[in-house]
Design a protein. Structure first.
Length: 97
């Protein structure tokens, strides 16, 4: 259970760091951690992070929306001076999961 929480925390940190335009550091090898005296007093575990979290490659998708929702999206997009794709991305990134 605790490692699941650690994986969720790592995923949230990665997402927030990328949203802030900051780089994600490369992972350390286990040997480098074991050999680092600064970590001698710590106990640590290994978690898995989905590589898709680091992928900002644009992907074309086809969505279906009711006309009334599409009209709202168009209005938001026009007000923001953005594209529909950009508006959907911004709304998604700022939504609470």
């Amino acid at each position: 259970m605790a490692l699941t929480n650690a994986e969720e925390a790592a995923a949230a940190w990665i997402d927030a760091t990328l949203d802030a335009g900051q780089p994600i550091p490369r992972p350390s090898s286990l040997d480098a951690i074991w050999d680092n005296p600064a970590y001698a007093v710590y106990t640590f575990g290994v978690i898995t992070v989905d590589p898709a979290l680091l992928d900002d490659t644009a992907e074309r998708v086809n969505i279906t929306l009711p006309r009334r929702v599409l009209k709202r999206l168009d209005a938001i997009t026009k007000t923001a001076g953005d594209t529909k794709s950009g508006t959907i991305a911004q709304l998604t990134l700022h939504a609470r999961a």
